[in-house]
Design a protein around this ligand. Structure first.
Ligand code: GUN
Length: 284
């Protein structure tokens, strides 16, 4: 069994991002990321904090717009419009989930697709589904990079994705399909999850249920990508896979923490630098 070490690969990618930022700075461009955080959910605040710290370390300018839970949709749209028009900002990220009174689609659609470094705007979603260039959501993008690093090619493999969210499961399925895998997507209404996971060469799971994937649900030498992040009462972080049991049977597995999580941050930085490289040249 081999551990897919996301921590190690993310460091390598972040070092490369740093070099790319230095090159851009020679042309007087400092990549900029605007993060919008609404409300006081501790997990969201922690993610935003990690993202802005990572930006700083890479030399990317970041600004965080913190807004109270009660903020109106119009006020959020105003900030997005300001960031769309700010030539120092290359990426705009609205931390999800948003409060119930806010229409998430309307917010995501207001972001200039050229600054949509999360890849959640329907324009980028569509481009990626069509196999065209577009911003790829950081988590599934990080998974594909991790597989590539370990020479794992999904072509012709049976891939079972567990979880069908817009942020993880659906884009993960798209990238696997684009990589010529045979893809199944399981979700909360799937009857007999085990029937599907047992058939899989690669399982990608991200639903937030501790120990959802047990050793009797996987075949020998399966490749396990655990995208779940759950905090146990002890404070310890764990994924959606029964790591101790499943790691006895699989060929590769991502640990939690230290697997997919650090890759997400690294790919967000990479998307921001890509956006900065494509900054429109302003004449005059
Ligand atoms: N909430 C959970 N994951 C993500 C993410 O990758 N991006 C944003 N914007 N919000 C999230």
């Amino acid at each position: 069994m081999t551990i897919l070490d996301g921590k190690k690969l993310s460091h390598k990618i972040r070092e490369n991002v740093k070099l790319e930022v230095q090159k851009l700075q020679k042309n007087n461009i400092t990549p900029g990321l605007a993060v919008i955080l609404v409300g006081s959910d501790p997990a969201s605040a922690a993610y935003v904090n990690m993202k802005s710290k990572a930006c700083k370390e890479a030399g990317i300018y970041s600004m965080v717009h913190e807004m109270p839970e009660s903020i109106s949709q119009e006020n959020i749209l105003e900030i997005i419009e300001m960031m769309n028009n700010n030539s120092n900002i290359d990426g705009i990220l609205v931390q999800l989930p948003l409060p119930k009174h806010v229409d998430t689609t309307a917010i995501l659609e207001a972001i200039n697709p050229n600054k949509d470094v999360d890849g959640f705007h329907p324009y980028n979603v569509g481009r990626v589904v069509a196999g065209l260039d577009g911003f790829i959501p950081a988590t599934p993008y990080g998974v594909m990079k991790l597989l590539e690093e370990y020479d794992i090619n999904p072509k012709g493999k049976n891939v079972c994705i567990v979880g069908a969210s817009n942020i993880v499961g659906k884009p993960m399925a798209t990238l696997m399909l684009n990589a010529n895998a045979t893809v199944e997507i399981c979700h909360i209404f799937t009857d007999d999850l085990k029937k599907h996971t047992l058939n899989a060469d690669i399982i990608c799971v991200g639903v937030g249920i501790v120990n959802l994937i047990k050793d009797d649900m996987v075949k020998d030498d399966v490749i396990i990508i655990d995208i779940g992040i759950n905090r146990l009462e002890s404070g310890k972080l764990t994924g959606d896979v029964d790591f101790n049991a499943v790691s006895q049977k699989c060929s590769y597995i991502t640990p939690v923490p230290g697997g997919v999580g650090p890759m997400t941050i690294a790919m967000l930085l990479e998307n921001t630098v890509t956006s900065a490289k494509n900054r429109p040249i302003v004449k005059g």
